[in-house]
Design a protein around this ligand. Structure first.
Ligand code: ADP
Ligand code: MG
Length: 486
């Protein structure tokens, strides 16, 4: 760094000064200036002296009136204007985006820049507090297309995708296109899923630990299933009856299946205590599960699995379009299917995975399923899972269960646990609700009714992006859901 220099100048000019006095004062000032320069030059090493023959300009600038320097402070009077005027005066401000890590989604309609998204990366950077995503919009606005793009483009990054329930069967072609496995379930199909399969064994567990883990998982699944069919929580004795039946089933060699459990529920081992009590009290449970063995759900879960669940496949979807009937029936199948998948999903060594719930509002009608989703949501960070939930409107979450019910609280909790909220076009009666639930500004709220197909407001923490999702031609043909309407 250069040494400090002294510059001498007349700062004050007395008001009524005579010309001779002024000249005298200037002479003194010039003299002092020269002395100061000489002193500074003496202190400076000779080689630092500017070489005038080379035409170099001194570091302190040219002396004289062309120096463009002033001892006065440079001040600009403050100017106030509205943001609308300033945007016109200075239109070059643009959203910086979220970096360059992740899959390409499309373009930011405000800046024209490309928009990429990677929930794991954003989570790592601390931008978001969890990797879960909520996607809401009216029918036909391109929600499924976006979910499919995220899925298929993520596969290229080595991220696996699970679709635990596809009620319309629209993911089957997509799954097969990326080399994944689409499992088709429904009445009249040969496919069987045994929901009591052990699943994949995580590394580092002893035999005893693994056995108790499998038992706990099977027991949990049976409980959820029974509660879904019964539409109520289980009584303590019914829990005991289920425990006893499952224990008896696992004691026999071979893979336990649902018919075995039902058989043990209907006829508890005589050796067990209170066998007759369990037979009587466990009747509701037995008949609820029997529905899946001999009733209207027979043929789906009543035998050993015929398909192998390969957790290493790039993508797995469960096509439930063949499951006709009411929503309870569908969600029952979804419970079985998703819990069956869960064993693989909840593997901490499984790497990054997307779990996509298209048409999630259907699942939301069933408290037992919401509870499962909620557990998975909470565990997402630990297991490297990002959940994507597709619904129509945010008020779907309010339509769950009774006012102040556990189910409603769970559904609201799911929204709270989605750091990324993508809002596609909304009906005008939904605007106020969406704006409050998501903390949107008035401008953001007003854009919600005018969003086109594939356009969404991406709300990530307190930032909002208006993104046009871009489909490639190949994707457009593969994802098209309107073709069937013609
Ligand atoms: N980004 C997009 N660009 C162009 N067309 C799109 C885009 N997204 C969706 N579409 C079209 O809209 C149709 C409906 O999309 P879909 O994802 O099924 O809607 P939703 O799941 O919201 O009901 C698709 O068949 C596709 O042809
Ligand atoms: Mg859809």
């Amino acid at each position: 760094m250069d040494k400090p220099r002294t510059h001498v100048t007349s700062l004050l000019t007395p008001r009524k000064e005579r010309r001779s006095e002024r000249r005298r004062r200037k002479q003194i000032a010039t003299l002092q200036q020269r002395r100061a320069r000489a002193a500074a030059a003496g202190a400076r090493p000779a080689k630092e002296k500017p070489d005038k023959s080379m035409g170099a300009i001194p570091a302190s600038g040219e002396p004289g009136p062309a120096a463009l320097r002033s001892w006065l402070r440079f001040t600009v009077p403050p100017h106030a204007a509205t943001s609308a005027t300033l945007a016109g005066a200075y239109p070059f401000l643009a959203e910086a985006g979220l970096g360059t890590h992740g899959v390409l989604i499309g373009t930011d309609t405000r800046s024209g820049g490309s928009f990429v998204y990677d929930p794991w990366e954003l989570y790592r950077q601390g931008v978001i507090t969890n990797p879960n995503v909520l996607l809401a919009g009216v029918i036909g606005t391109g929600k499924s297309a976006l979910a499919k793009s995220i899925a298929t483009r993520s596969v290229a990054f080595g991220i696996r995708v699970y679709v635990p329930g596809d009620p319309k069967g629209e993911w089957t072609a997509v799954t097969r296109a990326v080399g994944g496995t689409a499992i088709t379930l429904g009445q009249g199909q040969d496919t069987r899923l045994n929901r009591l399969d052990e699943g994949r064994r995580p590394a580092g567990l002893t035999d005893t630990q693994w056995a108790s883990m499998v038992w706990a998982r099977q027991r949990d699944l049976l409980g959820v299933l029974t509660e879904t069919v019964l539409g109520r929580t289980l009584h303590p004795v019914e829990h005991t009856a289920l425990d006893a039946a499952l224990t008896a089933t696992t004691r026999t060699p071979g893979v336990p299946t649902l018919p075995d459990v039902v058989a043990h529920l209907l006829n508890p081992d005589e050796g067990t205590e209170d066998a007759s009590l369990l037979r009587v009290e466990g009747r509701d449970v037995a008949h609820a599960l029997r529905r899946m063995v001999h009733g209207d759900l027979a043929g789906l879960f009543d035998g050993p699995s015929t398909v192998k669940f390969d957790p290493d496949a790039p993508m797995i979807s469960l096509d439930l379009s063949g499951v006709t009937g009411n929503d309870t029936l569908l969600s029952l199948v979804m419970t079985c299917a998703s819990t069956w998948m869960e064993a693989a999903i909840l593997d901490p060594d499984g790497g990054k995975r997307w779990v996509i719930y298209d048409e999630a509002w259907r699942i939301m009608r069933h408290p037992a399923l919401i509870r499962r989703m909620q557990t998975q949501w909470k565990l997402s960070r630990a297991y490297g899972i990002a959940n994507l939930m597709v619904i129509h409107r945010l008020s779907d979450l309010d339509a769950v269960g009774e006012h102040l019910s556990e189910a409603r609280a769970l559904a609201q909790g799911l929204l709270a646990d989605c750091s990324t909220r993508i809002i596609y076009r909304q009906e005008s009666d939904q605007l106020a609700h969406s704006a409050v639930a998501l903390g949107l500004t008035d401008t953001e709220r007003d854009t919600l009714t005018s969003l086109g197909v594939g356009q969404g407001l991406w709300r990530i923490r307190d930032r909002a992006f208006r993104i046009q999702h871009q489909l490639t031609t190949g994707e457009h043909d593969l994802f098209d859901t309107t073709a069937r309407m013609h």
